[in-house]
Design a binder for this molecule. Structure first.
Ligand SMILES: C/C1=C2N=C(/C=C3N=C(/C(C)=C4\N[C@@](C)([C@@H]5N=C1[C@](C)(CCC(=O)O)[C@H]5CC(=O)O)[C@@](C)(CC(=O)O)[C@@H]4CCC(=O)O)[C@@](C)(CC(=O)O)[C@@H]\3CCC(=O)O)C(C)(C)[C@@H]/2CCC(=O)O
Length: 212
């Protein structure tokens, strides 16, 4: 049986993006956030996502500026790092420490998850970086705690933990905290590595030129 389906990658993207623009209400978002919202929706199929978007400052401008200056992208999960399209960021270091040697011991010592302990490992590289949390609520909580207690500040935070335990609370805490760091998040349970990676992919100039 031969199925009839779209096989042209550019046509698939065009059709997806046209559907999103037709179905999603982007009017309440600043212009800079609209391409990011579209790419995030593209990753999860939820056209009502803009209603959950919350931000402080200009996370897109801050992250783009930082990346142009050579900032590292720090990811909580390997799934986030893997979802970032490397050819969009050819000279950017994309780092995830979830499998770093000694991390499990550090997590036990700190009495926390591996995800939060991995954030502790960012201390030396956090200043001026782009921090992306796509999975672990404890990672976002710990990042906020580190910055609030005088730790180094990233250039921007993209916080999208997902799930039922601590996800909504960690993202509420990000928006409530006065960290002096531009940030983008999604209120509630929604989030995940794919959405986080999509938000970062939307920052690239390739994406802006529509070169998908
Ligand atoms: C409690 C955890 C949750 N994980 C979720 C969803 C998914 N996690 C996946 C995978 C493969 C991984 N999750 C870990 C980050 C692992 N998940 C946790 C922790 C126990 C604690 C995090 C937290 O609460 O903050 C965490 C382990 C830790 O000690 O930090 C992972 C590192 C586990 C591992 O054994 O390696 C691993 C990430 C690997 C990587 O990418 O590098 C899932 C694919 C599901 C699965 O197969 O387990 C899925 C992916 C979701 C996504 O889009 O990223 C939740 C829902 C976030 C959940 C937290 C709260 C809850 O509701 O239970």
């Amino acid at each position: 049986m031969a199925f009839v389906y779209e096989r042209d990658p550019q046509a698939i993207y065009r059709q997806s993006y046209a559907t999103i623009e037709a179905e999603a209400d982007l009017a309440a978002l600043p212009q800079t956030l609209r391409p990011v919202a579209i790419r995030m929706i593209h990753a999860c199929g939820m056209t009502d996502l803009p209603g959950n978007m919350a931000w402080r400052g200009d996370p897109i401008g801050a992250a783009r500026q930082a990346l142009a200056a050579g900032a590292t992208i720090l990811c909580d999960a390997q799934m986030v790092a893997s979802g970032i399209i490397k050819r969009f960021f050819p000279s950017t270091d994309i780092r995830c420490d979830i499998n770093a040697p000694g991390l499990a011991d550090l997590a036990v010592k700190l009495g926390t998850t591996r995800s939060a302990a991995a954030v502790e490992m960012w201390r030396d590289v956090l200043a001026g970086s782009v921090a992306v949390i796509g999975n672990a609520p404890t990672a976002l909580f710990h990042l906020i705690e580190m910055i609030e207690s005088g730790g180094p500040k990233p250039a921007a935070i993209f916080g999208f933990p997902v799930g039922f335990v601590g996800a909504a609370e960690s993202k509420d805490a990000l928006i409530a905290a006065d960290l002096g760091v531009p940030c983008l998040t999604l209120s509630g349970r929604r989030g995940g590595s794919a959405i986080a990676a999509a938000a970062i992919n939307a920052l690239s100039s390739e994406e802006l030129r529509g070169n998908l």
